[in-house]
Write a protein that binds this ligand. Structure first.
Ligand code: C2E
Ligand code: MG
Ligand code: MG
Length: 658
């Protein structure tokens, strides 16, 4: 067939050339997994585009198919063929990515693999054909002719397209509708164009089919690119699960479809994650999280959602009928980790907050708010593995928030003040110290510390309160000294929450020095529970306080879980035996009390018993060698004025003991 439709051909070459250049620019912007593939594609698109445009120009300026134009015509036709195969290859890659991203294929399906191979073979065939000229050739006058295997060269892409088409149709339910429609259109158009070309034997149809497929490929590329961008923004990189935005997006999508009420939502934290990190190292810690996420993903249904918000925080959207099985998983799932050369299985448990979704009009953001509140409540207040948010809990939380606000205002307005509970030396029956205990008068009523201290510990406002109390005590102490009274040492409670403060000892010393009183007039009481901060923190603070001259007491000794271990690590000055030990029942408990006193004596720590109410308790303690006592038997916590009277009259007489 002779090339004679000159102007149509020139414009088509311009058109295809421009599309190639456009594709080259676009490929340059795209994220390819293989950089080499990206570069090769980019070069190919750019060179073939330029060649096609140059070819078109040569026709225009030569005015015939002879001379310079002949060479370019050769190149452009060759590239035209190769471009057809490459387009096929490129399109196959996208098809594959679309399937793989649905998470159902973990290996390249054979049929698609064969398309890759066929298109590569086709490209090679076209290039090699430059010599035997079996596909096409130009005669001495520059006329274009089809060779004996021309139809085969065109049939190969048609076979590939049909293979892809079959694949797409077979797995259509695994593709999103939008992707399915685009893929189908982009395949059918060049297919029809190629069939038409064979039927009509017109060279221009080849260009037309290439042009159209390029345009559609471009459209698909663009839509896939934006889709993968959205996917990346919604995905947490370590586990590949939806992140916060991804989770919110999924909830909103389900709310729109009305499906959401079939689900319960959960927010859950892996417990002991910081211990795993400390024990196995951060990399193994990451592996634990990855394997945990994988286990959950594999054990929930495809239409249920597991997301990771970051750190050890996860979320889930689980069907209501699967509540029991999911809660079982939260209680512990086996996760394997490599430790040295061995594989260890650890049971990873989580604490969760749940929410039963009853309304379709809930947004992702609102839901996240509910479950975050519920998990906080489960962890910090209820201390249960899972708490479901309901009206009662919502009311309790609202009340708690109100109380928190009231407490903040109370702190600002200095509504707190110290009561002093005397400590008595039983050898002399004299006042030998006192403990400052906070009191809050709210709406004319005295509120017991245990109703608000735990709450203040949750949001760390307790640290502010402790320093405020220390300030009050130092001020009182200064006044007493200036008045010529002889006040004994006062101990101030410091919540363990303060251990997060890296300059805690310095700040305490600075507060005491501000009032210019001797630092040994103040003792700091800390409780032994060390669930939040490592032992090193406490060791450091105690040593620093002692350097500044303050003594440190361990409060409520015996109520936690690490009493003896703590004494080994930390050099406390005073051990305060908890009320629970004083109020003993039976010989066993009495022996325990006796051994605690002996142990303290053996390791050189002074001991004081708190909560002594009865005379026989006092006598037993005296016999056991504990001579300092704080308890209602001598005094309840006293108002400042009453305590001042005690300082002035420090001797407790026998009637006080009745
Ligand atoms: P704690 O430090 O162990 O204080 C001793 C508690 O035992 C005080 O209760 C005191 O009134 C009570 N108590 C003393 N002797 C007896 C007795 O013979 N019988 C009975 N039944 N109770 C006795 P309070 O004042 O209600 O304080 C409770 C807890 O609140 C304190 O326990 C302490 O953990 C905390 N607390 C009090 N003031 C502060 C403070 O300023 N800062 C911090 N962080 N916590 C404080
Ligand atoms: Mg105390
Ligand atoms: Mg105590």
């Amino acid at each position: 067939m002779v090339v004679n439709a000159m102007s149509v051909h020139v414009y088509l070459l311009y058109c295809c050339g421009s599309i190639c250049l456009l594709l080259a620019a676009f490929v340059g912007l795209m994220d390819f997994q293989s950089v080499r593939q990206k570069k090769a594609l980019l070069r190919f698109e750019a060179v073939s585009g330029l060649a096609m445009i140059a070819d078109g120009m040569s026709y225009r300026f030569d005015g015939n198919t002879q001379g310079k134009g002949m060479v370019l015509l050769h190149i452009a036709t060759l590239l035209g063929f190769v471009f057809l195969y490459l387009a096929l290859y490129f399109f196959n890659s996208y098809l594959l990515e679309s399937f793989m991203s649905t998470g159902r294929f973990h290996r390249v399906p054979r049929r698609l693999l064969s398309v890759f191979v066929i298109s590569m073979v086709g490209m090679t065939m076209v290039v090699l054909d430059l010599i035997p000229k079996l596909i096409y050739y130009f005669d001495s006058e520059g006329h274009y002719h089809r060779g004996p295997v021309f139809t085969l060269a065109i049939l190969i892409p048609i076979i590939c397209i049909l293979t892809q088409l079959g694949f797409v149709l077979e797995y259509r339910e695994r593709l999103k509708k939008r992707v399915f429609t685009i893929i189908l259109t982009a395949m059918l158009l060049p297919l029809f164009a190629s069939i038409a070309m064979i039927a009509l034997e017109g060279f221009v149809y080849l260009d037309l089919s290439l042009g159209l497929s390029a345009v559609f490929l471009f459209a698909i590329t663009l839509s896939e690119q934006s889709r993968s961008l959205v996917k990346a923004a919604n995905t947490e990189t370590v586990t590949g699960l939806p992140n916060t935005y991804g989770f919110i997006h999924e909830v909103d999508r389900m709310a729109d479809s009305g499906e959401i009420t079939k689900y319960n939502a959960y927010y859950f934290d892996i417990v002991r994650m910081s211990r795993y990190n400390a024990k196995y190292g951060k990399d193994t810690g990451d592996t634990i999280i990855i394997n945990y996420a994988k286990y959950l993903r594999e054990h929930v249904q495809p239409d249920e959602i597991i997301g990771r918000l970051g750190g050890n925080y996860f979320v889930g959207l689980i069907k209501k009928e699967n509540t029991d099985s999911f809660l079982k998983m939260l209680a512990g799932v086996p996760v394997q980790v490599k430790v040295g050369n061995a594989i260890e299985t650890i049971f990873v448990a989580a604490v969760a907050g749940g929410y039963k979704i009853e309304t379709k009009s809930i947004s992702g953001g609102q839901l996240l708010g509910h479950i975050a509140t519920a998990v906080n409540y489960a962890k910090n207040v209820a201390k249960k593995p899972c708490v479901f948010m309901d009206q009662t809990l919502e009311d309790a939380i609202r009340e708690k928030r109100q109380l928190e606000q009231t407490l903040c205002v109370a702190l600002e307005q200095k509504e707190f003040f110290p009561y002093y509970q005397p400590k008595v030396d039983m050898k002399t029956n004299r006042l030998c110290g006192a403990e400052a205990l906070v009191r809050w008068v709210h709406d004319g009523e005295m509120v017991a510390p245990m109703t608000y201290i735990p709450l203040m510990e949750q949001n760390a406002t307790v640290c502010q309160l402790d320093f405020y109390m220390l300030d009050c005590v130092c001020r009182d102490m200064k006044t007493w000294i200036e008045c010529g009274m002889n006040p004994p040492r006062v101990s101030v409670n410091f919540s363990r929450k303060n251990l997060g403060n890296p300059i805690l000892a310095e700040e305490i010393a600075r507060t005491i020095k501000k009032y210019d009183i001797p630092t040994n007039m103040i003792q700091i009481e800390v409780t032994e529970t060390l669930d939040e901060f490592p032992m090193d923190y406490l060791v450091g603070v105690v040593k620093a306080l002692q350097r500044y001259g303050c003594s440190v007491a361990i409060d409520d000794f015996g109520t936690g879980s690490s009493s003896i271990g703590l004494l080994k690590e930390v050099a406390f000055d005073v051990l305060k035996i908890d009320r629970a030990f004083i109020d003993y029942h039976g010989e066993k408990e009495k022996s325990l009390l006796s051994y605690i006193i002996q142990m303290a004596d053996a390791i050189g720590i002074s001991v004081i018993a708190e909560g002594v109410e009865r005379k026989e308790q006092m006598e037993v303690l005296r016999e056991m060698g504990c001579h300092e006592i704080q308890g209602f038997i001598f005094d309840r916590p006293l108002r400042k004025e009453d305590y001042e009277a005690r300082i002035l009259n420090p001797l407790y007489k026998e009637p006080d003991l009745e």
